[in-house]
Write a protein that binds this ligand. Structure first.
Ligand SMILES: [Zn+2]
Length: 104
């Protein structure tokens, strides 16, 4: 029963499920207290993870999961940016198989 887990898993603050880091968005509160999406996953500060889907974003917004996790107020612009990032990810996922073939 030796399971090698190479992909790090993190817990979503909204649904509390452990997920592959790549399926999550990291929100970070910088040492200066600025909250932003951490696209690199390496920004310094306190981080919280959220599934890259709208349901968890809305849930987190409603229940203030991110505020609790980061122990700070979170501006609405952060949620807007998260929604945009989620939309972008969904779009790129959809388009992965669509490129390069114009015969149809
Ligand atoms: Zn989630």
């Amino acid at each position: 029963m030796s399971s090698k887990r190479k992909t790090p898993e993190r817990m979503c603050v909204a649904c509390r499920e452990m997920k592959d880091k790549r399926g999550l968005l990291r929100v970070v509160r910088s040492p200066e207290g600025v909250v932003a999406i951490d696209a690199s996953g390496k920004a310094p500060g306190r981080g919280a993870y959220l599934c890259a889907n709208e349901a968890c974003l809305k849930r987190a917004q409603k229940a203030h999961n991110l505020e609790k996790a980061l122990k700070t107020q979170i501006d609405e612009t952060v949620f807007t940016a998260l929604a945009e990032e989620i939309a972008r990810r969904e779009y790129s996922t959809v388009c992965t198989n669509a490129g390069g073939n114009d015969a149809g």
